[in-house]
Every structure is written in structure tokens, then in C-alpha cells.
Design a protein around this ligand. Structure first.
Ligand SMILES: *Cc1c(COP(=O)(O)O)cnc(C)c1O
Length: 384
């Protein structure tokens, strides 16, 4: 199933248009949306929202539709209050609506950050390998783009991160924690070192924070007294709500005030606000699926390492797996077994989203077959 109106790889006829030169030949972002049985390529939550959420959201939409002749609450105040309550329950950090901002996915929040704090003559930075959307936000907001780099094991030390930031003097730094595509979370001393090494704003992108292992901290606890720090989150992953497009940021109220200046009028629909509030009201139920995915993730990491694959520690709902001399061949082999993973990140690695237990079984059998390594099941049979 290709949902794109353009066949994959087709270039639009941009030659006839007065397009900005930096956009000529560019492809829209997105992983292939292929119709295969096991889709482990976009870090979605494999468990759909529970029936109670479906029913309550349907009722909430019914109520909203009756007044869709009116624009929504453009401050999304009730939603922001609920998000603040949720963050307090997840991190123990006391926040209120004035510290929270919401938009259509955390992607929109981060573009708004560049609209407010980046732009012509300014520079944004991230440490590669990392989320491939960051340079696109920079391009789209006319912000210059520079990169720093992570160590060979994809981690960052406070000294290295701070030195690279001082060297490049960015106005905005993006740091994903846990990082996509590596799964690695940042120690808080890296965040504080980067913050202290720049006069710009520092965005910690915590899209996968709810999947972090016990003991892995959230940067929310650093917000107090750091008005240039912004922590973004999303309902796309842990809340099984990717289709609803709801992301948010926690920051000093002055940051929220700045983002309100650049947001489009009534950017967040009444329907989005209402269904997001329903999902937040059911957070404890949704967290059960998150707990299940965390334990599946840990099991998958153990299996992969036991079979000789390299896997960086993951605090996310995906793992980076390597190393492959020819990752394209492995990617294609898995696809032949009905398993779609993501060819992304450094060249010898593939990224695999943690699916249901059955999907993980399909993945491990396929990976064993494609790479010639025995599955645990086959080993048990041999041992019997
Ligand atoms: C998935 C993801 C997001 C979430 O994007 P939304 O727009 O909220 O769906 C943000 N950052 C990273 C690194 C991601 O992988």
C-alpha cells in the first residue's frame, strides 16, 4: 500500500516552478508505507488504544462536532493543564499550564521553536547520528545547520558535548533523549553542560521518555531555574496516539509566550484537543502497554546480544541492531519474510521498532534465517 500520491522516488516537476533553490530535488520525509504483515519501521505503538479510550474519544468528538462552526480555544488551556498534571505524575516535577505548550505533534512544536529562536543569521545544531527531521526544520525556517558528533558507542560526555557546542556557537541545540535512531538516553550532566556552554535555547526531545528504563532520568527535573531549556514530548508513541498528532513542550512561561507569537491562528483543532484529553484521562491504562513494551524491548535486546548482534542500550521502543556488512541485503531479506524494519542511521545498522510479542517472534525468526543464526526456538529443539 503506497499512500503517497507520488509513487515512491518520483520527483515532482519542480523545474517549472520558482521554487526556493534549496528545495529543488528534495524528497518529502517519510519511511516507505508498505503493506506487510509485520511493520516495525516507524516506532509506532503496536497496541491500538483500548476500547474505553475509543468509546470516550468517540463521544468527545460527537460533542465537539456540534460546535465546529466556532474556532477552538486557541490557548488550549484545559489540555495544557491536563498535560501538566500528567507530567507531574510521570516525572514528579510540579508544572502548571503556563509551563506547557501543545501543537500538532512535537514536530510542529520544534518548528515553532526555530521560528521563534532560529531563522536567518542563526544556527541550529544536533549531535549525529540523530533524528533526520532536525535539519529539515532548519532548512524550512531558513536556519543554518551544523552538527556535532557522538562517540563510537553513540553516547556523549559532558566535556565533549560542551566543547562541540562552544566551538559551533549555535542558537538552538536539539538533543533527543532517548535518541533516535540509537535508543541511547542522555545523562543529565550532558544536558546541563550543553546548556551552560551556550547562550541559545536547548531542546531535549523526549519523544520516547516513557519507555526509559528504571533509573534513567528525565530532563524535566532541570527546567527550574533554566529559562533557556525546553523539553518536548509527544502522545505519538507511549500514548498510542500517532494518528491524533499531539505533541507538547514544557518550559519556562517566557518560552511558551514566544511560541504563542509564531503559532498559526487556532493551530490545534478542537477535535485534537478533546481526544488528547480523553487519552490523558486514561494514562494509567495506556501505561500498562508501555510497561509491556519495555519488557519486550529488554527481552529483544537480550536475544539479539545472545545471538551475536550488537545493540546499544535502549531506553526507547526501538533498538538499533548491527553490524551488517550489507544492511540493504538484510533489510530486503527481512522484507521477504514479511518484516519491515528501517534502514536509517549509520551504515552498518538497522533500526527495529518493538512490536507485539508475536511480531518480535516473527522478527527474530526472520533475522535468524536471513543472517544464518539459529533462533532460540531452534536451539531449544536441538538441545531437547
Ligand atoms: C517520533 C518522534 C517524534 C514525535 O513526533 P510527533 O510529531 O510528535 O509525532 C519526535 N522526535 C523524535 C526523535 C521522534 O522519533
Amino acid at each position: 500500500m503506497s499512500r503517497d500520491p507520488q509513487p515512491a522516488g518520483a520527483s515532482p516537476q519542480t523545474g517549472i516552478l520558482p521554487l526556493r533553490p534549496e528545495l529543488v530535488g528534495a524528497q518529502p520525509y517519510g519511511a516507505p508505507q508498505l503493506d506487510v504483515p509485520v511493520r516495525l519501521n516507524t516506532n509506532e505503538n503496536p497496541y491500538p488504544p483500548p476500547q474505553a479510550v475509543v468509546d470516550a474519544a468517540a463521544e468527545a468528538v460527537r460533542v465537539q462536532v456540534a460546535s465546529l462552526n466556532r474556532y477552538p480555544d486557541r490557548e488550549a488551556l484545559e489540555l495544557r493543564r491536563d498535560l501538566a498534571d500528567y507530567l507531574r505524575s510521570d516525572t514528579g516535577v510540579a508544572l502548571d499550564a503556563a509551563h506547557v505548550w501543545a501543537a500538532n505533534g512535537s514536530n510542529e512544536v520544534m518548528v515553532q521553536v526555530l521560528q521563534a529562536f532560529g531563522g536567518p543569521g542563526r544556527t541550529a545544531m544536533a549531535f549525529t547520528p540523530t533524528y533526520s527531521m532536525y535539519p529539515e526544520y532548519a532548512r524550512d525556517t531558513h536556519t543554518a545547520w551544523v552538527t556535532g558528533h557522538r562517540g563510537d558507542d553513540f553516547t556523549l560526555t559532558p566535556e565533549s558535548a560542551a566543547a562541540q557546542v562552544r566551538d559551533r556557537a549555535p542558537d538552538v541545540v536539539f538533543m533527543a533523549s532517548p535518541n533516535n535512531p540509537t535508543g541511547t538516553a542522555l545523562p543529565l550532566d550532558v544536558v546541563t553542560a550543553v546548556h551552560d556552554a551556550t547562550a541559545g535555547v536547548v531542546v531535549v526531545d523526549e519523544a520516547y521518555a516513557e519507555f526509559r528504563r528504571a533509573g534513567t532520568p528525565s530532563a524535566m527535573s532541570l527546567l527550574e531555574g533554566r529559562p533557556r531549556l525546553i523539553v518536548t514530548r509527544t502522545m505519538s508513541k507511549a500514548f498510542a496516539f500517532a494518528g491524533a498528532r499531539l505533541g507538547y513542550a514544557a518550559a519556562d512561561p517566557a518560552v511558551v509566550a514566544a511560541l504563542r507569537i509564531v503559532r498559526l491562528p487556532y493551530h490545534l483543532s478542537a477535535v485534537s484537543q478533546a481526544v488528547a484529553r480523553v487519552a490523558l484521562a486514561h494514562a494509567p491504562e495506556l501505561q500498562r502497554d508501555v510497561a509491556r513494551l519495555r519488557s519486550s524491548r529488554d527481552g529483544l535486546v537480550t536475544w539479539l546480544r545472545a545471538h551475536g548482534f550488537e545493540v546499544p542500550d535502549s531506553d526507547a521502543n526501538f533498538v538499533l541492531v548491527g553490524r551488517f556488512d550489507d544492511r540493504r541485503a538484510v533489510w530486503e531479506g527481512l522484507l521477504e519474510h514479511g518484516v519491515l524494519v528501517r534502514e536509517v542511521g549509520p551504515p552498518e545498522w538497522l533500526r527495529v521498532t518493538v512490536g507485539t510479542e508475536q511480531e518480535i517472534d516473527r522478527l527474530t525468526s526472520a533475522l535468524a534465517a536471513v543472517t544464518g543464526r539459529a533462533t532460540a526456538q531452534q536451539e531449544r529443539e536441538v538441545g531437547r
